[in-house]
Design a protein around this ligand. Structure first.
Ligand SMILES: *Cc1c(COP(=O)(O)O)cnc(C)c1O
Length: 348
């Protein structure tokens, strides 16, 4: 399919002259920096954070590009994936005019970002098996549809979205297909990163907030064509990733073994948790999960939620969400945490 990014991007953004920061105008090494109105004396801390961070995070990108085996030019780093989701709306959707398609029940930020940007959302509900319907989706596309968000593995249902569906959509749709792979590290399915070379309209989003255990540092990643990546760079705030995040994330990336070990343990715990939950008589269904959580249908979910909370155990009440009536979403915790959860559930 001949896809043209230039045709999709908002006119204002195409013609935007981005802010040129002091740190992007001078990129060499110098001994005296008097160009950014910083505090030359240092910071009231042991570590120094008085200098603005590098706007394009070359050190971090180098490490991530090697980790993911993707060229740095196809990688964008955001202040969490949430920043990336928001940027995609701002770059491609004209407020009050354009639309995006989502597949509920799914991650709530797609709609929130759409609302903030005055972009209307078209819902194409998942089937009871939590898969999208290709015909319904294609029929929902209009000339104003710019983005389609697919969360795979999906939050809150936990399952992966059918690959043939995603591939068909990539071929049928002239806008961007955004695949949010926040939970891909826990999945049996392969990432869609390998599809980037054949699909100019694909954006893959990943995050260091889940398997990498760095939710507090805020580091999201977008993988896409160089054209899309340069648009993200053009529109983002100049210093979107703080020096502290860049430095700490860089250290963490040297410790992939820790993460692989954590993933193995979590997958084992997930299966244990599923088995234990299925033995509890008020539990009706534990849905299959490709993520680090399970969706559980349980009698009187709301009451169960409150009773767990009374005992200091907080799960996510999804019982009011479509297709998730009487469902709780439970993150796989440590062996001790899961055991405690089960003990309390047995008593309720
Ligand atoms: C947790 C989660 C994210 C992560 O967002 P960050 O801003 O990177 O922390 C993104 N997408 C989905 C579906 C999630 O569940």
């Amino acid at each position: 399919m001949n896809f043209d990014t230039d045709k999709l991007v908002r006119e204002k953004i195409k013609n935007l002259v981005p802010y040129s920061s002091a740190r992007s105008e001078f990129r060499g090494k110098a001994s005296v920096y008097l160009d950014a109105n910083e505090n030359s004396a240092g910071s009231p801390l042991l570590a120094k954070y008085n200098r603005y961070p590098d706007p394009y995070q070359p050190g971090l990108k180098n490490k991530i590009s090697r980790l993911k085996n993707i060229a740095e030019e196809k990688l964008f780093l955001g202040n969490g994936s949430d920043e990336i989701i928001d940027l995609l709306f701002r770059i491609f959707c004209n407020p009050g005019k354009d639309q995006a398609i989502i597949f509920p029940p799914t991650y709530g930020m797609y709609r929130v970002c759409a609302d903030i940007n005055d972009v209307s959302i078209i819902e194409s509900a998942l089937t009871p098996g939590f898969q999208p319907d290709l015909t319904a989706t294609v029929n929902a596309i209009t000339p104003f549809t710019k983005l389609i968000f697919i969360c795979s593995p999906n939050n809150p249902t936990g399952n992966s979205i059918d690959r043939t569906f995603i591939k068909s959509l990539l071929n049928a749709f002239q806008g961007l297909v955004v695949v949010d792979e926040a939970y891909i590290d826990f999945s049996q399915q392969h990432s869609l990163l390998n599809e980037l070379k054949d699909n100019q309209n694909l954006v893959v989003i990943q995050t260091l907030s889940k398997a990498w255990g760095l939710a507090g540092l805020r580091l999201g990643m977008a993988f896409a064509s160089e054209k899309i990546i340069s648009l993200l760079n053009k529109v983002k705030f100049p210093y979107n990733i703080s020096s502290a995040s860049q430095q700490l994330v860089s250290e963490a990336l040297d410790n992939e073994k820790w993460v692989q070990n954590y993933i193995r343990q979590t997958l084992a715990q997930r299966e244990k948790l599923k088995t234990a939950l299925e033995k509890i008589h008020s539990v009706q269904t534990v849905f299959p999960s490709d993520a680090n959580f399970v969706l559980v249908r349980i009698k009187n979910a709301r009451t169960v939620y409150s009773k767990l909370a009374d005992q200091g155990v907080i799960v996510r009440d999804r019982s009011q969400v479509e297709l998730c009536n009487d469902c709780l979403r439970i993150t796989v915790g440590t062996a001790e945490e899961n055991k405690l959860l089960i003990e309390i559930l047995e008593k309720i």
